[in-house]
Design a binder for this molecule. Structure first.
Ligand code: MLT
Length: 411
């Protein structure tokens, strides 16, 4: 008997979108070695780690070389020193009380948003906004929750909530009952946000329908405007229905260093087939202790420095640097007549392609005529067709140069 594979993997699109783009860049660069390509595709930071963070990182690495301060396996959930800083700085000032047991340190929001579906039954109905961060969809495809993809690019058993110009990228509540809802705000990829009243509708929906919201707040640090919630727990009742994912990647430049955290409140429950309730906190803890060995001690020490006063100041500076880039992108593209969205509370700018071009054609045009890499909107779902995403994570110089190059194109 030969080994059988998990055939759900065969239902996936052949390439993960960012792997596909990386491959295309490599091919293009090989064929055009002179091309000075500016990458505004994957949301990867360009600024190095702040001084306060690097200092703690070095100190902790040194500690690892000394008998008395060496650290072996740490707690799978993360060290208390970091958990306490998270509660004290990210939640308490917003009136949110959390226990240490509700915070789980991890190596990325990508991993956690991909893994969380494991603690839920395959029978659950899952809703995603469309366009959407592909990890939510693909991890459910792998698990066998979605069925095959139809010709329209939608998986048959997923509920898609379109976010387009017509609804100003605000998803409508599902018309049928759904169990799990993935929301990401500030949104990846559209760069748009929900205000408190809009997010409250989702929390109320989840309470009324006994649904659970998987809330990805990885871009929270980019929020500039008032009345935009930084955490879903700012909304009354959310602790009973929402898991929240946060990351040090986009606020503190940890994309290559890896540290994030997930909040699973003690109140939030799931049901077994007999209708008995079970705390998700227990299930997630059980999952993590079995499958995860924690983030390394030096990385957690480095993450703790994010909350030092020097760290906070340095991070604030780099966020405003990227937010200025967002403004430059928005204004430059608007001035040449393009419709652009997002980029106010987000490092992502969502652009309607000119002349109804499809996403990949516009991607190719920007690459070939301006040596600029974006992410085709359709890579985030069918409703992303006709859009392209740019990030503000490049340097100021490259961002300005990219805008000059695009302004010189005629569409
Ligand atoms: C993106 O470009 O959408 C993000 O960088 C992906 C990620 O954070 O994994």
């Amino acid at each position: 008997m030969a080994v059988k594979i998990n055939e759900n993997y065969l239902l996936l699109k052949s390439n993960y979108i960012f792997a596909e783009i990386a491959q295309r860049i490599e091919n293009y660069q090989t064929e055009h070695p002179q091309a000075n390509i500016i990458k505004m595709g994957i949301g990867d930071v360009t600024k190095p780690l702040a001084n306060a963070i690097i200092r703690e990182f070095h100190n902790a690495v040194n500690e690892m070389s000394v008998n008395d301060t060496f650290h072996g396996y740490g707690p799978e959930q993360g060290y208390e020193f970091l958990i306490n800083e998270i509660i004290k700085n990210d939640y308490k000032p917003r009136g949110i009380q959390l226990n240490e047991s509700e915070v789980f340190i991890s190596d990325g929001a990508k991993c956690d948003t991909g893994n969380i579906q494991e603690i839920f039954s395959l029978d659950n109905k899952v809703a995603v906004t469309d366009p959407v961060y592909p990890v939510y969809v693909d991890s459910n495809v792998m698990a066998g929750r979605t069925g095959p993809m139809s010709d329209d690019g939608r998986y048959q058993n997923l509920i898609y909530l379109p976010c387009t110009e017509e609804n100003e990228f605000i998803p409508k509540l599902p018309s049928s009952n759904v169990d799990l809802i993935y929301l990401c705000y500030p949104n990846n990829p559209t760069g748009t946000t929900l205000n408190k009243e809009q997010l409250r509708e989702w929390v109320d929906y989840a309470i009324d329908n006994k649904s659970i919201i998987l809330f990805d707040a990885a871009y929270e640090a980019y929020i500039q405007e008032k009345n935009i919630p930084h955490s879903i727990y700012e909304i009354n009742g959310a602790k009973e229905v929402a898991v929240e994912f946060r990351s040090f990647s986009k606020n503190a430049g940890f994309t290559g260093t890896r540290c994030a955290y997930t909040i699973v409140p003690e109140e939030i429950m799931g049901y077994d087939a007999q209708g008995q309730t079970h705390p998700l906190n227990y299930l997630w803890n059980r999952r993590q202790t079995t499958k995860f060995n924690g983030v390394s001690y030096p990385v957690q020490k480095a993450a703790m420095a994010v909350y030092s006063s020097e760290g906070k100041n340095e991070i604030k500076e780099s966020i405003s640097y990227y937010i200025k880039n967002s403004a430059i992108i928005r204004e430059s593209l608007k001035s040449i007549g393009l419709n652009v969205y997002g980029g106010v509370n987000s490092p992502y700018i969502w652009i309607k392609t000119p002349k109804n071009m499809n996403s990949w054609d516009f991607f190719d045009l920007l690459l070939d005529k301006a040596y600029i890499v974006g992410t085709p909107g359709v890579g985030f779902g069918p409703s992303g067709e006709g859009y392209l995403r740019l990030t503000s994570f490049n340097t100021l110089e490259n961002t300005k140069e990219a805008m000059n190059r695009i302004s010189n194109l005629s569409f």
